[in-house]
Design a protein around this ligand. Structure first.
Ligand SMILES: Nc1nc2c(ncn2[C@@H]2O[C@H](COP(=O)(O)OP(=O)(O)O)[C@@H](O)[C@H]2O)c(=O)[nH]1
Ligand SMILES: [Mg+2]
Length: 141
């Protein structure tokens, strides 16, 4: 099933110069780039993007972190790319994410209120559609 997913290189990844490394891993896996744009998020956009986390203890720190600099927004395409990119990214906590994954290889804990884990990837077909429409309205299906 050919899918599209929304990937973000978060502000920590962009600041650390890892945007190219993330793109390299997406392309090396064989996925196609359908959209790539450096963007400054807004609070309104993040509230929609992270709607399932509104009200959680890490929500405000997460929003502040995501506003702390530009993100590289990417739409990648391919067979089962949604779960494929989640697998490339690794689990949420970068300290224990498996080596070989983006978060496991490049992320670590800095003792901050929110985990800075370099990338976001949509977690389902529904989230991917919703998130692509938010970040790339012209690519929405
Ligand atoms: N400090 C802290 N940050 C979290 C926690 N859970 C999630 N986050 C942050 O919030 C983002 C969104 O959470 P979630 O959707 O559950 O994880 P993801 O899908 O793996 O990115 C994560 O990528 C982390 O940056 C947590 O328990 N503690
Ligand atoms: Mg998530």
């Amino acid at each position: 099933m050919t899918q599209r997913t929304l990937i973000l290189v978060k502000p920590d990844g962009v600041k650390r110069g890892l945007a190219g490394e993330v793109l390299r891993r997406i392309e090396a896996k064989g996925y196609t780039l359908a959209g790539v744009e450096l963007k400054q998020a807004t609070e309104a956009l993040l509230e929609k993007h992270y709607e399932e986390h509104v009200g959680k203890p890490f929500y405000q720190p997460l929003v502040e972190f995501m506003l702390s600099g530009p993100v590289l927004a990417i739409v990648a395409e391919g067979e089962r790319v949604i779960e494929g990119f989640r697998s490339l990214a690794g689990t949420t906590d970068p300290t224990t994410a498996a080596p070989g994954t983006i978060r496991g290889d490049l992320g670590r804990d800095f003792g901050l209120k929110v985990q800075q884990n370099i990338v976001h990837g949509s977690d389902s077909v529904e989230s991917a559609e919703r998130e692509i429409a938010l970040w790339f309205p012209h690519l929405a299906s």
